[in-house]
Ligand binder design. Structure first.
Ligand code: ATP
Ligand code: MG
Length: 361
């Protein structure tokens, strides 16, 4: 933990002490340009003791997935993390970049209106008009900077970029080179450079990924937590981290409510009750793990500032409803049916049923 005052310090700042200890302890060979050996990167991601400190786990899930990500980054192909919203694609990409390059901030956010300069370079126009193209006038994109310094660069939401802009990455990934014809020179990527991209496969992005570009990436799919307990564990551990960052370490989360909340989201997402006995209409909203996390954070703040300091169904019911019912016409029916058929008759859920009723009255 750092005493950094930023709302959300980058992974390399927040976990600077862990990275420093891992670098000092690292006995294994480091690939060229890497700050840590692949084994130490896994240690950083999965957590565990290291001398007299404990490395916090960052990603809860299949270790083999992490090994595959790291192995990919050692090849000449980029890593493309795909998966439903909230499956920790961005989170994992940030931590991989922090552990491998010591910096996770060399990042491009894919947007619909993007132009190629944002992936390549543009110019400081005052300088360009006065003195013509020069190194001084050149404004490098994060990708160009990562190529020069041998770092990992992150591309968020790759498929939101228009296909012809995505295709600029083909040369970057296959030739490891970017030409700057105005200066009559080429930049060749230094060892250690690679790309981690993320794409959401629920919305399918706005644009497709071209086959040529897809061949230059290894695609790793991150999946939703398979069981209720796995999802509870992920949320519990992330919530504790977030609370620590907010100075709310002393706040004790009522674990039964956390488990109930995850159950509600999972059942609606899966279209059936956890015991598989009752079919349920699924609303159209995403209902991801990340949304459960944000509902809980709202509930905790509500209980602290408007309630008795311990989260109860009343602190959180409105937030649950508005997360699930995003489109009134489509989702309201599914939600009402779930409240009246499942929540109403479930043993020990009276407080939830009453709280949800109060949200509509
Ligand atoms: N398996 C997991 N291990 C650790 N944290 C997880 C896991 N799954 C989800 N999370 C948490 O969920 C939150 C959302 O993750 P993130 O923003 O990376 O999702 P995403 O896959 O990039 O979603 P989107 O497609 O909406 O961009 C993060 O706080 C992350 O820590
Ligand atoms: Mg993301």
């Amino acid at each position: 933990m750092t005493d950094n005052n930023n709302i959300r310090p980058g992974a390399e700042t927040r976990y600077a002490h862990e990275l420093k200890a891992l670098i000092a302890d690292d006995q294994y060979d480091k690939p060229p340009g890497w700050k840590l050996s692949p084994r130490a990167v896994i240690h950083y991601l999965t957590g565990g003791p290291l001398g007299d400190i404990t490395i916090e786990p960052k990603y809860l899930g299949n270790r083999r997935i992490l090994e595959l990500c790291i192995a990919t980054l050692l090849t000449d192909r980029g890593l493309l993390l795909m998966g439903l919203p909230g499956t920790a694609k961005s989170w994992l990409s940030e931590h991989l970049a922090a552990a491998i390059s010591g910096s996770s901030t060399t990042m491009v956010q894919g947007t619909v209106g993007m132009d190629e300069n944002q992936l390549k370079y543009h110019w400081n126009y005052a300088e360009l008009l006065q003195n013509g193209p020069s190194e001084k006038a050149l404004v490098k994109s994060p990708i160009l900077r990562a190529m020069e310094s041998g770092h990992i660069t992150r591309i968020e939401e790759l498929t939101r970029m228009p296909t012809e802009i995505q295709d600029i990455l083909i040369t970057v990934l296959s030739e490891k080179m970017m030409g700057i014809p105005e200066l009559n020179r080429e930049v060749y990527a230094v060892k250690g450079f690679n790309v981690i991209a993320t794409a959401n496969d629920r919305d399918k992005g706005v644009h497709d990924l071209s086959a040529a570009l897809r061949r230059r990436f290894n695609v790793v799919h991150l999946s939703m937590p398979a069981t209720l307990q796995e999802e509870i564990d992920i949320i519990h551990f992330r919530l504790e981290q977030i609370q620590r960052d907010l100075g709310l370490d002393k706040y004790k989360m009522p674990l039964q409510y956390l488990s109930d909340l995850v159950t509600i989201f999972r059942e609606l997402r899966n279209g059936q009750t956890d015991d598989k006995n009752t079919k349920i209409k699924s609303p159209g909203s995403t209902l991801s793990t990340a949304e459960v996390l944000s509902v809980l954070q709202t509930g905790i703040q509500h209980s602290i500032y408007f309630g008795n300091g311990i989260m109860e169904p009343d602190d959180i019911a409105t937030s649950i409803r508005s997360t699930i019912v995003k489109d009134n016409n489509r989702d309201q029916g599914a939600w009402d049916e779930y409240v009246e058929t499942v929540i109403k008759s479930r043993k020990g859920w009276k407080a939830w049923y009453e709280a949800f009723h109060r949200t509509t009255n």
